[in-house]
Each structure stands twice: as structure tokens, then as C-alpha cells.
Ligand binder design. Structure first.
Ligand code: AMP
Length: 286
């Protein structure tokens, strides 16, 4: 497995594979790899001849008061995981390579970021779209894999490849969870023993919503309110949003559609946690 820090070397590596008619699957990450990332990598291995993983904690997607400096990092462990899975290369650029002095060109979508996480993190998706565009240009993969855990990010990347004419197939991978249902996340490392059961309320409030829909409730507000009550049963939780929305446009809906997205974000102390699930109208789900 090659560990490549230089942009030109990464590009040459991909060009070389493409010249030999070999296909490349790409998994961009911020490192501190867990089973969620591993699921993306395994899927990538199935899809293409070679897997390329990037590890880059992207400063452009963190707000000034967010956790860029304390975001967990463990490069050596990450490389070992990539090696075990059989990645062909891991791209580990430095911040100054991706954002050299004078950098001023950003990629920003007009509508999709105006929902969900974009409301409380106004620069976040501009940072994501910019770094993913740059990584796509550098790695030039045939496939790129993203987790459904970050549903809005996946929707944005799907739109971005259409709008910017990237010839890359975007593959969404289902959320990987802990045995009790908590969505795996690099930030879970910061949960204290006391906070850990409270984090599970995200999953519980989505399960409660699913049950309400199964029992015939179609009023999105009522379902959102019930979910908020579940979350607020923990005094340490601050709700960012609970939203039932259209799974493509992310526009809020008043009534449950055949297929609706339920997305939730909270702060538990200083830790931001998100989760989501598609809600299906009962008779359409069989
Ligand atoms: P991150 O390192 O947090 O930027 O995540 C890198 C990729 O892994 C993104 O496409 C995430 O959506 C995906 N990912 C993170 N956690 C999970 C999870 N629990 N299940 C599936 N995919 C995940």
C-alpha cells in the first residue's frame, strides 16, 4: 500500500492505473477510521480494481468555534486499517497543499445547504464541496463512496457531480451502528460514560417516529414534536434540528410521503451528533 502525501504523486498514481484500464474506487475520510469507514472501503473494493482512501481533516468545513483542533487523529492506526482492507493507496495531503497561500476558489451549492446541518453550520458544506471537488480532481476515481450517515453531504455530492460534470459514480453506503443502535462516528470517542446512553436517544427518537408512521400517523409536525420530547428528556441535550423532509430536495414536508427522510442533530454537551433514517408509508414498504 502506498502512502502518498504529494498531490502530483497522487495524480500520477491514478493516471498510471487508468492507463492500464484499471478502475479506482475512492473513499474520502477525515481519519480516525471506524467500522463505518471500513464499510465504505469494503464496498469500494468490491466495485473497482483498486481502492484509494484519503485522510484529511478539512479545515474549510469547520467553523471558528468548532472542533477542528481537537478532532480525533490516529494516522498510524488508520493506515493499518487501510492496509488490512487492501487499499492500493492512502492519500494524506497537508493543509497547505490543499489550501496554499492565496487560495480563494470555493464550490458552493445554492439550495441543498439551506437545510438541516447547513443552517447551524453555514460554511460547512462549502468546505465539504470544495475539498471533495479538489480530491476528485486529484484522485480522478471511477467511483466514490459516501456514508448515508451524512445524508445531506451525500445529497450534495450527488448534485455536485451532476452540476460540475464529474464522470464519477457516487455510491451511498448504509449507516453502520453500534450493537445498541448508536450510529458510529469518530466523535463518539468523546462521549463520557454518563453521556453514552443519552447519545442513544437519537436512535430512539427515530425508532419512535418509525413506529408512529407504522401506526398510521402522517402529520410530520406531530412526529417531529414527539421526537423532540424524547430528546429533551435528557437535560444535557440541545436539539439543533429534528426534520422530516423530502429525501431529494431536503425541503420540509407537512405530511409523511411515500418516502420521507427523518434527520436529527443534537449537541450533547460539546459533542455534535447526527442520525437519520428514511420513513416509509406502511403499505408502500412491502
Ligand atoms: P468522516 O471521516 O466523518 O468525514 O466520514 C468519512 C465518510 O465515512 C463519510 O462518507 C461518512 O458519511 C462515512 N461514515 C461515517 N460514519 C459512518 C457510519 N456510521 N456509517 C456509514 N458511513 C459512515
Amino acid at each position: 500500500m502506498k502512502v502518498i502525501a504529494s498531490i502530483s504523486e497522487m495524480t500520477r498514481f491514478s493516471e498510471n492505473l487508468r492507463r492500464q484500464d484499471q478502475t479506482i474506487a475512492f473513499v474520502p475520510t477525515m481519519g480516525y477510521l471506524h467500522e463505518g469507514h471500513v464499510a465504505l472501503m469494503r464496498e469500494g473494493k468490491k466495485k473497482a480494481d483498486h481502492l484509494v482512501v484519503s485522510i484529511f481533516v478539512n479545515p474549510a468545513q469547520f467553523g471558528p468555534s468548532e472542533d477542528f483542533s481537537t478532532y480525533p487523529r490516529a494516522v498510524e492506526q488508520d493506515l493499518e486499517k487501510c492496509r488490512t482492507i487492501g487499499a492500493a493507496a492512502v492519500f494524506t495531503p497537508g493543509s497547505a497543499d490543499i489550501y496554499p497561500p492565496g487560495f480563494q476558489t470555493y464550490v458552493a451549492l445554492e439550495k441543498l445547504p439551506l437545510h438541516l446541518c447547513g443552517l447551524s453550520r453555514p460554511q460547512f458544506f462549502r468546505g465539504v464541496a470544495t475539498v471533495v471537488t479538489k480530491l476528485f480532481n486529484i484522485v480522478n476515481p471511477h467511483f466514490a463512496l459516501f456514508g448515508e450517515k451524512d445524508y445531506q453531504q451525500l445529497a450534495i455530492i450527488r448534485q455536485l457531480v451532476i452540476d460540475l460534470n464529474f464522470d464519477i459514480e457516487i455510491i451511498g453506503v448504509p449507516i453502520v451502528r453500534e450493537p445498541d443502535g448508536l450510529a458510529k462516528s469518530s466523535r463518539n470517542k468523546y462521549l463520557t460514560q454518563k453521556q453514552r446512553p443519552h447519545a442513544l436517544l437519537l436512535h430512539h427518537c427515530i425508532q419512535a417516529a418509525e413506529k408512529m408512521v407504522k401506526d398510521g400517523e402522517t402529520d410530520a409536525r406531530k412526529i417531529e414534536d414527539a421526537a423532540i420530547q424524547i430528546l429533551l428528556s435528557c437535560p444535557d441535550i440541545t436539539v439543533d434540528y429534528v426534520s422530516i423532509c423530502d429525501p431529494v430536495t431536503l425541503d420540509g414536508v407537512t405530511g409523511i410521503q411515500e418516502k420521507s427522510l427523518m434527520a436529527v442533530a443534537v449537541w450533547l454537551g460539546k459533542i455534535r451528533l447526527i442520525d437519520n433514517q428514511i420513513l416509509f408509508l406502511p403499505n408502500k414498504n412491502v
